[in-house]
Design a protein. Structure first.
Length: 135
């Protein structure tokens, strides 16, 4: 891993670039190995975040307390001249909680479809002229 030779390069290079490389590697491992499972029923939304298959966190919120579902742009991936934008859905509850209910959605229409599906289960979100608004 470390191929440092005192005669070939100053010690500052491995001291600077090794932590940067480890940080980039850690972010890549985190992004590739995490997953999100969401359970939606008539009473609540339950989200559970996993890392390598082990549960890290669980959020449960009543459908009555959700007042907004927001579509956010997440990461972007460029391959050649084509750029793919990934979207995620963020639910906002009355007590100020924000939590992710969907992620890695590859198109805006897909994100909009998921949003509309979740809104059907949340009675405190009403549609006015095709847009969700707080009652």
């Amino acid at each position: 891993v470390f191929m440092w030779n005192a005669e070939s390069c100053p010690i500052i290079f491995p001291l600077v670039f090794t932590p940067i490389g480890l940080l980039i590697m850690g972010v890549g491992i985190w992004d590739l190995s995490k997953s999100l499972r969401v359970r939606l029923d008539r009473n609540e939304i339950k989200t559970r975040r996993y890392f390598f298959g082990y549960p890290l966190s669980t959020n449960t919120v009543s459908n009555n307390s959700i007042f907004q579902i927001e579509i956010r742009e997440g990461s972007k991936m460029t391959q050649g001249n084509q750029t793919t934008v990934f979207y995620k859905l963020i639910a906002h509850s009355n007590d100020g909680q924000k939590f992710t209910v969907a992620e890695r959605l590859s198109s805006k229409p897909e994100a909009q479809l998921f949003k509309e599906t979740i809104e059907q289960y949340c009675p405190n979100i009403h549609k006015v002229n095709g847009n969700a608004s707080v009652s």
